[in-house]
Design a binder for this molecule. Structure first.
Ligand code: CS2
Length: 496
């Protein structure tokens, strides 16, 4: 039998070692609306903000919104918005209850209410974790995809949008009409130059609504770039049960996270911000190099390990890292291909960063599924792998691991694993990618690689022209066919 749900009234009775809000939650007002209130936001931006609210910055409370399902609202609202951030590592477990989120709206249920909330004057920051595909852009070019079903829908139905862009532009139109100031739109997704990309698609979307509004938006919003980093696997029922035993109440909205958390933010806010720098974030003039390092080293190796690890039968990243050949492969990729594609500033301790990454991937207390990271490859791979590849192709650099990674991705999106079992591929372009595999695999790996690399939404127009890349991918596809991923990794990287 489950015990009572976490809520305001039982905070006092929680075990002493649990960190909890020590401020009066009734005094907090809403300064931030967050679109896409999933586990990552709760363990990252909301957790940094909690620190500032606790320090007395009470006008930066958060109201969250889900643009798809009611799941998070149903988890959080019965708990008065309270949830646990459970830090897990080999050193142990630490629980903190976060009180920064006061309410959650569900866009599809009440679009008008969400538009009105976003138009509220006290709201000065609208932050986003809507995943890569939420930007309705073409991943290869970074431009708005005018054929995106949500873009078409939102332009036709501005009162009941589906996309974050539709909500933001709709709310800014209301603010303009009411003579209210704009707001800062803060993207917290793993995209390159994410603030610029957001500003670009926002401007292109607004232009389609009304060009005068587009000008007003350009003048009355800022879109700072951010680099966000914390490993936050999807919470499982087993996690919730373990937590219940620890804190003596049920928390449906708990999030599991590693102790590490990093947030680098371009300090370009229109109407102020919480002093996140005092909570451990780094406020800078230019985020790009931090973003590049993180996307290419962490996310790049994550995706590489996710596809190959999944095919090798490993359920979690820690399982992959427990295979010695994979562990060597990860370190080799991080130290060579990924790092050498970037001009790392002299003051950045890259060796420490690389070593820490390996430790983080090896964290056995977290169950970060390879399948979870493998999701949405078409939206992730351009910024995680292809910038690195383009750099090396242009400079005669190494492409061994990334061509291996691409071959594994091709195998993965063919949707059948090495044992002949179906893979549940979750990707907005899954159908198109599988169709390429089905059509060209029978003609052999050369035809497969050539046509795969010619898929412009991911690869643009240039990569198909590289005979070197194509040859390397074909070579790996042949090896994967002959040996399977695990034996292939052991043979190719086991002696590194
Ligand atoms: C992961 C990221 O799911 C994924 O694709 O690579 O969510 C990763 O865990 C975070 O970016 C870490 O900050």
């Amino acid at each position: 039998m489950s015990q009572e749900r976490l809520n305001n009234n039982i905070l006092e009775s929680l075990p002493a070692e649990v960190i909890k809000p020590a401020y009066d939650r009734n005094e907090v007002t809403t300064g931030i609306v967050h679109l896409g209130i999933g586990a990552f936001h709760r363990a990252h931006q909301a957790w940094f903000t909690e620190n500032r609210i606790a320090a007395g910055e009470k006008d930066w409370g958060i109201v969250g919104a889900s643009l798809r399902s009611a799941g998070v609202r149903d988890q959080l609202v019965p708990q008065n918005g309270l949830y646990s951030v459970v830090e897990k590592s080999n050193a142990g477990t630490k629980v903190q209850i976060v009180g920064a989120v006061s309410d959650v709206l569900v866009g599809p249920e009440s679009p008008q209410q969400l538009l009105e909330l976003l138009a509220q004057e006290s709201v000065r920051i609208v932050s986003l974790t809507i995943t890569e595909k939420g930007y309705c852009h073409d991943p290869a070019s970074g431009d708005l995809n005018p054929q995106h079903p949500d873009v078409i829908h939102d332009l036709a139905n501005p009162q009941a949008p589906r996309s974050a862009l539709g909500y933001i532009v709709g709310a800014l139109a209301l603010r303009k009409a009411r003579g209210l100031p704009g707001f800062t739109v803060l993207t917290c997704d793993n995209l390159p130059s994410n603030g610029k990309l957001l500003g670009n698609v926002l401007g292109q979307f607004a232009e389609k609504v009304d060009s005068e509004l587009a000008v007003w938006i350009a003048e009355n919003t800022t879109t700072p770039s951010t680099m966000v980093d914390r490993i936050v696997p999807a919470t499982t029922d087993a996690d919730r049960e373990e937590l219940e035993a620890l804190i003596g109440c049920r928390d449906e909205a708990a999030v599991m996270a590693e102790p590490f958390a990093q947030w680098v933010v371009e300090d370009n806010f229109l109407r102020g911000r919480p002093a996140w720098d005092k909570a451990g974030a780094t406020l800078v003039d230019d985020v790009e190099v931090y973003e590049l390092i993180k996307l290419r080293l962490l996310n790049g190796s994550h995706s590489m390990l996710a596809y190959s690890g999944y095919l090798a039968g490993c359920e979690t990243v820690a399982d992959v890292m427990a295979v010695p050949a994979f562990n060597k492969l990860a370190l080799h990729f991080i130290q060579s291909e990924a790092t050498s594609s970037i001009e790392v500033p002299a003051e950045f301790d890259i060796a420490a960063y690389q070593a820490e990454l390996i430790d983080r991937f090896e964290n056995r207390a977290l169950r970060h599924r390879t399948w979870q990271i493998a999701m949405d490859g078409s939206q992730k791979i351009p910024q995680r792998w292809l910038g690195t590849l383009r750099h090396h192709l242009a400079n005669n650099g190494p492409i061994e691991v990334l061509s291996f990674a691409l071959a594994n991705w091709i195998r993965y999106v063919s949707a059948v694993d090495e044992q002949g079992n179906a893979i549940e591929v979750s990707d907005p372009l899954a159908v198109e990618l599988k169709a390429i595999c089905d059509q060209y695999k029978p003609a052999g790996n050369e035809a497969l690689a050539a046509n795969f690399l010619a898929f412009t939404p991911v690869f643009g127009d240039d990569l198909k022209q590289s005979a070197q890349l194509q040859k390397a991918v074909v070579n790996w596809l042949n090896k994967l066919d002959a040996q399977g991923t695990l034996a292939c990794v052991e043979q190719a990287f086991g002696d590194l």
